[in-house]
Design a protein around this ligand. Sequence first.
Ligand code: GAR
Length: 207
Amino acid sequence: MVNLAILISGRGSNMEAILNFAIKKKVVNPVIIISNNYDAAGIKIASKFGINIKILPNLKDRKMYDKKLEQILHKYNVTPKNGLICLAGFMRILGEGIIRKYKNRIMNIHPSLLPAFAGLGAQKQAIEYGVKYSGCTVHFVDGGIDTGPIILQDIVKIQDDDDHISLAKKILHKEHQIYPKAINLFATKKLIIDGRTVKINDSTLRN
Ligand code: GAR
């Protein structure tokens, strides 16, 4: 089974959705939650699940941070052979080395329809731009910011009275659906990765 590490910085609602999915479906084995923030609300949620939690506070030296991160991952047997690392509101950029080692084994969720509105404040960017639809994206992590191969997306219609807060709420609801779905596809080996294109070998997802 795939050993799963979830990296968080804050609220942890995507982590919670993933852990609930993991318990129900039993296709991944969540072994460790790592937070770069002592005060992350998600830590409390993780402890209710009885899962191991490590706090790895931010360091300026990215290489050193990633080295310590890799040590934790190896300790919990989340390896480039059998592991999956899910960034779930993890507000820190990983370095090239770890991304290369765990190629196509690090996923991220972003609250926009990438490649639109990458980076911080994606919902606010969408409202300010005046788009009529936004959504969320699960993608593999590559060396860029929110640029990696796209696995799944879902859309949300923006109404005239939406602001970035109401939009974030609508998008978050969809995030909680597509992140577990993407992990399930990965764990059940239904993702076919060809360069930056990810195809899904699952007829139930076609419409
Ligand atoms: C989510 O909306 C996630 O998409 C976003 O942070 C939030 C974390 O919420 N991530 C990013 O913006 C990454 N660029 P959560 O802690 O409740 O899962």
